[in-house]
Ligand binder design. Structure first.
Ligand SMILES: [Zn+2]
Length: 268
């Protein structure tokens, strides 16, 4: 049951994660139900490499507002600045500054990146209340933009879900994210919305791209949500046991051997 009103303070809270479905939570459940549920219950926390997330948030905060960027630097000062000589910003954040410069000096980016920053959207979809946060929402012109940072923009990644090699946009579930946000916005504002992605790479000389999504790509993503969501919600409510993927960090940690697998099983 949804009882809370979402705002910038409680958006990422555990309570909000229990009351709402989000794209990242959905992706966690798709990866491994057992790990996702244990994380929701506070029984398990994946030790993620913090750096990529911090760099992404550093770039995001700049384009949110000067105040948000300053607050981010104050909160993360110890992780961003060297405590030994030579003092100053660590190399990764110097690259992050270059990523910001590449985007902010681009006229096309500045022309499009106009609207409400970090806009919260919520609404019902396939029997769940969803929450989403949109980097830049332009209601008047009917589009929204998400900023994505990626190691390099032209990576080719094999995806089990798609069954073939895909770009980073598909591999990280960004089309699924854009598809869900598009539906939530269209329900809320009763008009059509077009998603765009501005991507910037974490290379020494960062690359940038303005990416649109062919509408034919949405059906597969929405079908995935419709197909998997009822079971995920039942697991979240404790009505069904979570399935363990058997391969993620959570599953590896809890693994007990009881029988043999054949060599071919290693390829899944
Ligand atoms: Zn697992």
């Amino acid at each position: 049951m949804k009882t809370m009103k979402l705002d910038n303070k409680n958006y990422y809270s555990n309570e909000a994660d229990w009351q709402f479905m989000s794209v990242s939570q959905f992706k966690n459940f798709m990866d491994c139900e057992a790990a996702a549920l244990a994380e929701l219950k506070g029984e398990w926390e994946l030790i993620r490499d913090e750096k990529p997330l911090l760099i992404g948030n550093y770039v995001h905060s700049y384009f949110e507002s000067p105040k948000a960027h300053e607050a981010f630097i104050v909160d993360n000062r110890s992780k961003m600045f060297s405590s030994r000589k030579p003092y100053g910003l660590l190399k990764d954040y110097k690259i992050a500054d270059r990523m910001i410069d590449r985007l902010k000096s681009d006229d096309f980016f500045n022309f499009v990146y106009q609207g409400e920053k970090e806009a919260i959207v919520e609404g019902e979809l396939f029997g769940a209340e969803w929450k989403g946060k949109i980097d830049c929402l332009n209601v008047e012109k009917g589009y929204f933009v998400d900023l994505k940072t990626s190691k390099n923009l032209y990576q080719r990644i094999y995806s089990l879900r798609y069954g073939h090699t895909v770009s980073f946009v598909e591999a990280y579930g960004y089309i699924l994210q854009m598809a869900v946000y598009k539906i939530l916005l269209e329900k809320q504002y009763k008009k059509e919305f077009t998603p765009y992605i501005f991507a910037v790479s974490k290379e020494e000389i960062p690359d940038i791209a303005a990416i649109e999504i062919h509408p034919s790509r949405y059906d597969f993503e929405i079908y995935t949500v419709e197909e998997l969501l009822p079971h995920i919600l039942a697991v979240k409510r404790g009505e069904k046991p979570p399935h363990s993927c058997g391969k993620c960090a959570y599953c590896r940690q809890n693994k007990r051997l009881s029988s043999f697998i054949e060599v071919a099983d290693l390829l899944g």
